[in-house]
Design a protein around this ligand. Structure first.
Ligand code: XIL
Length: 360
């Protein structure tokens, strides 16, 4: 049994050794442009090969799930810090910067925050009080290491515009936040609370399908209006859950240029490029299970990644960080058969890795 295991393991180590001797990593290659980040789970930081890869390639990290509201604050007054603390400690020990993700979101949220003991919606004021307590507590705990926070995630609706009660365009998602408040005050408040808690952290609004011209315009208008009213928003997070067919380089470039008009900091926060035709941050999608990847798909993917990084390098005055959503195809939330990342399911670099790194 041992002998059978030993051979493939050795082959893996040799391949890993050859790659490890290469001079440049992603973070080195991009040092004059922006930070290169990765979203991590607990395995990535405890397994020695995986954590070596994280340290070698990346200078910014995001907790894939472990800092989300439901992870750290599952019930009123109950805080579960262990996993988030491990990630923060890993960053502290290895000199890696930590992107905080996410203070508020309609998914993986502390659902208890929306309800009273009879399971009726709480008042707006109670919700704001609970949000403030959550935001202050989390931000304070990681103040020394988190350099920016996604304060609110995914507030803008997809699809056609819907009129509000007064017949005006209503671009917000019908989340429980929205149902309780009836307007965008919950977003404004979250940013104010985050700024109170840490005046030094950069505060981001983060969303997906952010290059779709209609949604881009909604995000742009919301941020512009809020900033004009004094809401402390520093940056826009472009999630970057794309596929090999889109968005087009023109739409990506148009979105970055537009966002650059209203904020000084743009991050690509959750980059992956899957090989099927789905895209976006919705939590229902196909894992492409059992599908084999063709050479044509691989080439399209390389071209899409190359175009994306070319655009981001051109906008490096405003683009400060590009984060891959997961370390390898094995870890990807999209499933390994969606083939979305530069490292394969054995943590080896694909040809795609060199396309991204060796851009000159
Ligand atoms: C995803 C995680 O990767 C999954 O493990 C989890 O089951 C669901 O959330 N947009 C976001 C991320 O902002 O937090 C989501 O992460 C992916 C979509």
């Amino acid at each position: 049994m041992k002998r059978f295991l030993l051979l493939p393991l050795c082959a893996l180590c040799l391949a890993a050794g050859a790659y490890a001797q290469e001079a440049q990593s992603l973070k080195d290659a991009y040092k004059d442009y922006f930070m290169i980040g990765v979203a991590v789970n607990q395995r990535n930081i405890s397994d020695s090969l995986q954590s070596a890869l994280v340290k070698r390639e990346f200078n910014s990290m995001t907790a894939e799930n472990d800092m989300k509201p439901a992870s750290v604050h599952p019930a009123a007054g109950r805080w579960t810090w262990e996993r988030a603390d491990r990630i923060a400690d890993f960053c502290r020990q290895n000199g890696i910067k930590l992107r905080g993700h996410t203070l508020m979101w309609h998914n993986q949220m502390c659902d208890w925050m929306f309800y009273d003991a009879e399971h009726h919606f709480v008042s707006k004021d109670t919700l704001f009080q609970r949000m403030r307590d959550h935001i202050h507590t989390v931000v304070n705990r990681y103040k020394d290491i988190v350099y920016c926070w996604d304060v609110f995630n995914e507030c803008i609706a997809d699809g056609p515009r819907r009129p509000d009660a007064n017949g005006r365009d209503q671009p917000l998602r019908e989340s429980k936040f929205y149902q309780i408040c009836g307007n965008d005050e919950f977003i404004r408040k979250a940013f104010e609370y985050a700024r109170e808690a840490d005046p030094h952290a950069l505060l981001f609004y983060n969303d997906y399908n952010e290059c779709d011209p209609v949604k881009c315009d909604r995000i742009y208008t919301m941020i512009k209006t809020m900033k004009a009213a004094g809401v402390p928003i520093d940056g826009i997070g472009m999630q970057g859950h794309y596929n090999i067919y889109g968005p087009s380089p023109e739409d990506i470039e148009a979105a970055v240029s537009k966002y650059a008009e209203v904020v000084d900091h743009i991050h690509v926060t959750e980059l992956d490029i899957r090989v099927n035709r789905e895209m976006g941050g919705q939590l229902q999608f196909s894992h492409n299970e059992g599908a084999t990847v063709t050479d044509e798909q691989k080439h399209k993917q390389e071209a899409q990644y190359a175009a994306l990084f070319r655009i981001m390098r051109r906008h490096a005055d405003k683009v400060n960080c590009v984060t891959f959503w997961n370390l390898s195809d094995r870890d990807s939330w999209l499933g390994a058969d969606n083939y979305p990342l530069p490292f394969d399911r054995n943590y080896q670099p694909k040809p795609l890795y060199r396309v991204i790194r060796d851009f000159e």
